[in-house]
Ligand binder design. Structure first.
Ligand SMILES: [Zn+2]
Length: 334
């Protein structure tokens, strides 16, 4: 294990240079990460599923788009399991995702990172923020946020006596507007306080929240490019704000449309999205490329996943991905 230097712009290196999560907190280098043969750019992308069930067509889209963007850029593509909530993760789901990705030929670089093995890092970062007065304890109910259109009203920010126990830890967000240029969706902006509200970093049940873990790990793994579903676009400004507080670089973002069923619901385990059948990978890949607006000429006659992926990498054009929040898919896919 070696430590990342505390200075440091990202360099396209012989092995991945991991940036510090923040000055003062030692950050270890992700083990075993080497640029694979043939990857020469500084691009680092990732696919980061929560192992709450089998991959379905919706999650294949995010995996494929981030894979193609990384490979077309001669970059590195990492796989990270966001397994921070054991109550939502059936036994074997992570391995099932790994097996499915392999059957689609979507092969990642380096070892799979499990967030469940990185709790100490998240706690360190939380402590660092706490020491700087950037957090506070909150025992507000979910109903409070729900009653305010999902926006937390920062009720506990100015409490004189913090709750004694059973509280969440929230990040004190700055009262600013965050703007970023999404590679697919274009300019996106959000006023943090009026449109988001202070964000939970550690939940009341003690679990580390997604928003903290994703920012820490994107920085730790040196991720330069995030390609993911549109349902996460409104989380991006708060993640950028946290990156800024932690002195981390901000990756480029691209949010692809989300696949929904004929009722307009996002394909998800909650809506009984179908698991991908491993014997029909070529069909799914062609449908996914079509969904992503890619040039389909010559694609229809390709039969193997490797020939399809090779062609798709050569022709990948992120500008062809529809600038939409969601797209309904045929019943057989959803
Ligand atoms: Zn509160």
């Amino acid at each position: 294990m070696k430590s990342a230097k505390n200075s440091g712009a990202h360099k396209p290196p012989a092995d991945i240079e991991l940036r510090p999560v923040n000055p003062g907190v030692p950050v270890t280098v992700a083990p075993g990460q080497q640029l694979p043969h043939g990857t020469t750019s500084g691009y680092v992308g990732r696919f980061a599923p929560s192992p709450t069930g089998a991959l379905h067509f919706g999650s294949l889209l995010a995996a494929l788009a981030s894979y193609l963007d990384a490979r077309a850029s001669h970059g590195t593509w990492l796989l990270r399991m966001e397994d921070l909530d054991p109550s939502r993760e059936p036994a074997g789901a992570a391995q099932q995702i790994i097996d499915t990705l392999e059957s689609f030929g979507l092969l990642w670089d380096g070892p799979v990172v499990y967030q469940s093995s990185r709790l100490a890092e998240y706690q360190n970062t939380l402590a660092w923020l706490e020491q700087r007065g950037l957090t506070y304890a909150c025992d507000c109910s979910r109903q409070r946020t729900r009653a305010n259109n999902g926006i937390y009203d920062n009720h506990c920010r100015h409490r004189l006596t913090p709750p004694p126990a059973d509280f969440a830890i929230r990040l004190r967000l700055p009262d600013i507007r965050i703007c970023f240029d999404d590679r697919i969706q274009g300019a996106y902006q959000q006023d943090l306080l009026s449109q988001c509200g202070d964000v939970v970093l550690r939940r009341r049940d003690g679990l580390i929240a997604y928003q903290l873990a994703v920012v820490v790990d994107d920085a730790w793994q040196g991720v330069t490019d995030v390609v993911r579903g549109f349902d996460l676009i409104d989380s991006t400004p708060r993640q950028i704000a946290l990156q800024q507080l932690l002195h981390c670089s901000t990756p480029r973002y691209a949010h692809i449309p989300v696949a929904c069923n004929q009722q307009g619901q996002k394909l998800s385990k909650q809506h009984f999205a179908k698991a991908l059948a491993p014997d029909n990978t070529a069909l799914y890949l062609r449908e996914a490329l079509n969904f992503l607006g890619q040039d389909m000429s010559g694609i229809r006659r390709l039969e193997t996943t490797s020939s399809l992926l090779q062609r798709a990498i050569e022709r990948w054009d992120i500008q062809r991905v529809p600038k939409l929040a969601n797209i309904p898919v045929e019943q057989q896919l959803g």
